[in-house]
Structure formats: C-alpha cells, structure tokens
Design a protein around this ligand. Sequence first.
Ligand code: ATP
Length: 220
Amino acid sequence: MRHEDQSLIEPLGLFGGTFDPVHYGHLRCAEQARQKLNLKNLSLLPVGIPPHRKTPQATIRQRLEMLKLAQLEFPLLDIDERETLRSGPSYMVDTLQELRAQTPHRPILLLMGQDTANQLHSWYHWEQLFVLSHIVILTRPGAKAEYRQDLAKLMQWRLSPDVPSLLHSEAGGVLHLDVSPTDASATTIKSIIRLGRSPSSMLPAAVLDYINENRLYVQV
Ligand code: ATP
C-alpha cells in the first residue's frame, strides 16, 4: 500500500441519526463506543431528508444547532454536516461512497442502535453498506436483535469477534458492541414536552434551553 497521510487511514466512526432532538441516548452511546473502539474520529451524521421516516419536526438548521450545543458537553464527538448539504433523500450508501472515494484505505465504521440495525434491510442498496463500511451495532434498551432472514445470514457471515479484527480491514465486518443502557428516545422527549413537563434528565441542559427558547415540539 502506498504511504498515506496518517489522518486518511485513521479509522472513522459515523453515527447517523435524525437527532430531532439529540439526546443522551445518542451522546452517551456514541462517546462510549468511541472509547471502546479507540477512535480518534467519531462523527455524528445528521440526516438531511430522511428516506425512511417522516420529516423531522425541527428544521435542519435547528437540529444542527442542537448538535453543536450538545458538543459542548461531548467535545470529542464531531459533526459531519454533509447529508444536510445534499439535495434529495439522504441515502447512507451515497455518503459512504463519497467517503470511500476520498479515502480508499480508511476503515469506516457505521454505528447504529439495535432497533435501527433490525430495519437495515429497508435501506436503499443496503447490501452495499456492508461492502463500503463495517457495521457496529450498539445495544439499546428495549431492542433485541431481530433480523429479516437475508440480513441475518449476511450479518452472521460477516461477524467479527473483536475490535482489532474489525479494524484490520477497511470494511466488511459486523460487530455487536455493548454500551451501558441510556433510556432516552426522541419520541419520549417530544411526548414529555407536549405534556408540559421537562425531560431534563434525557438531554444536555443547553439543548433543552434551546428547545424551550424556540418552543420546539410543543405541538405534534
Ligand atoms: P425516535 O424516538 O424518533 O425513533 P431516536 O431517539 O431513536 O428517535 P434517531 O435520531 O432516529 O433517534 O436515532 C439515531 C441512532 O441512535 C439510531 O441508530 C438509534 O438506534 C440510536 N439510538 C437512539 N437512542 C438510543 C439509545 N437510547 N440507546 C442506543 N442507541 C440509541
């Protein structure tokens, strides 16, 4: 392999999400995973236009601003804005192809919670994701592994026993990673706000202040 700038082969972690709003479930899991995977670079990747779910309630600008406020408490997590800058639905396969073209030898780790992994077969060109990146599945309270048969087969075939084996190559492995449970979800946060209560234990105070100042999520 040709000598490359070290920063171009340093493994890159990506944690995609709607972040409507960002909460401790995302942040603590991402930070814990960053440590367990020994990653210098882990980027939160806010979706621009979600292809698989309804339009977020907060605007792209508001979701980005909340992520930046969360970063004050989690300074080692980066934010990758590329999907918010693209037009049309944000397909993960496009994002990975773009990154792969920029850094062909860099290990890329796509992180997601178990509930998201269970639905991976519904993503656009989902089989390509396994060719372009490693898939790292994080435990999430209330979600157990339940895969469609073809997805289960593919996962089983690509299963990696540990982090070093995974990082040995740039893509193609699957790893299940245990993270301490954080019982938070955007849906719960929104319903608590709609009830006129405060979900203060579920997200950084700066993010909650922003939500209150902008009167977000008060209505469905
Ligand atoms: P919603 O409640 O609307 O489904 P969400 O809280 O799941 O939203 P997303 O932004 O859709 O948030 O999730 C982004 C990623 O974070 C997904 O891969 C999801 O599985 C993961 N995730 C969210 N909350 C947790 C949590 N508490 N523990 C582990 N992973 C989580």
